[in-house]
Design a protein around this ligand. Structure first.
Ligand code: G3P
Ligand code: MG
Length: 249
């Protein structure tokens, strides 16, 4: 079953329009006609996989401190929407399972980014893949990605046939990234916009891997990248990028 890679992926749902990594953000992306969403998964203190980006609760909730020190029961008391806008007051941090239910119901594809807090690289992948293996059927519409090599290695061991993507960031680019991509047998290399030079894009295409670029919110930039052969862009504003790339209103 080949990976049905989309041209546009909604970043943390559609986080330009709704609080990132919430059910509201997934639903907003679905309403915009997005085919896939990207979500970050990490673990609570008691090992519940939740959809969340930062190591700490401070920026996007009314709580504070490390998510890795907080139990699922305590997380559920928090509110994760008001920081973005009063109309989202009451939004919650979803569990991975809650998010998957909505994604499946809305018939979306998923790029799940394994985003472990430091030291939990292996267990975060293990727990997330465990939940996915119970719930997710269509592997043509699932990509597991991570910046963390241990997390990708764990995914490779647990589910060798599931599609994996290697995330690269401009501030911390391993010089041997191409060897790592080969060794982990990833189908895609997911690079930051700052890394997306024409040469880098061509290098990845030469490796016969898909090129995915995050986070592209500018229409002109999206058109340029597409012209270079980039397969997919992650965006906070799917409607803007969709119109730029396909002239769809
Ligand atoms: O997966 C693409 C992108 O989400 C990676 O960076 O920090 O937004 O999770 P970040
Ligand atoms: Mg992410």
């Amino acid at each position: 079953m080949a990976l049905k890679i989309p041209k546009i992926i909604g970043h943390r749902g559609a986080c330009g329009y709704a609080p990132e990594n919430t059910i509201e953000s997934i639903l907003t992306a679905a309403e915009m006609g997005v085919e896939w969403v990207e979500l970050d998964v990490m673990l609570t203190r008691d090992n519940v996989p939740v959809i969340f980006h930062d190591d700490t609760l401070d920026r996007t909730t009314n709580g504070f401190g490390n998510i890795a020190d907080t139990t699922w029961a305590d997380l559920q008391q928090l509110e994760a929407g008001s920081w973005f806008g009063e109309s989202f007051a009451g939004a919650k941090i979803p569990s991975l399972e809650d998010a998957l239910d909505v994604i499946i119901q809305k018939n979306l594809g998923l790029n799940l980014e394994i985003k472990p807090t430091p030291g939990r690289e292996k267990e975060t992948a293990e727990v997330a893949l465990d939940v996915l293996s119970r719930i997710w059927d269509d592997h043509s519409r699932l990509l597991i990605s991570s910046f963390q090599l241990v997390s990708l290695e764990t995914a490779q061991e647990m589910a060798p046939d599931w599609y994996r993507g290697l995330l690269l960031w401009h501030d911390d680019l391993p010089p041997n990234w191409a060897d790592i991509a080969d060794y982990l047998d990833v189908v895609s290399v997911n690079i930051s916009q700052q890394l997306a030079t024409r040469e880098m894009v061509e290098d990845i295409i030469d490796m016969e891997k898909a090129v995915m670029v995050y986070t592209v919110n500018d229409a002109q930039e999206a058109r340029k990248l597409r012209g270079w052969g980039v397969d997919t862009v992650f965006t906070d504003v799917p409607d803007v990028i969709r119109e730029a790339m396909f002239h769809v209103h």
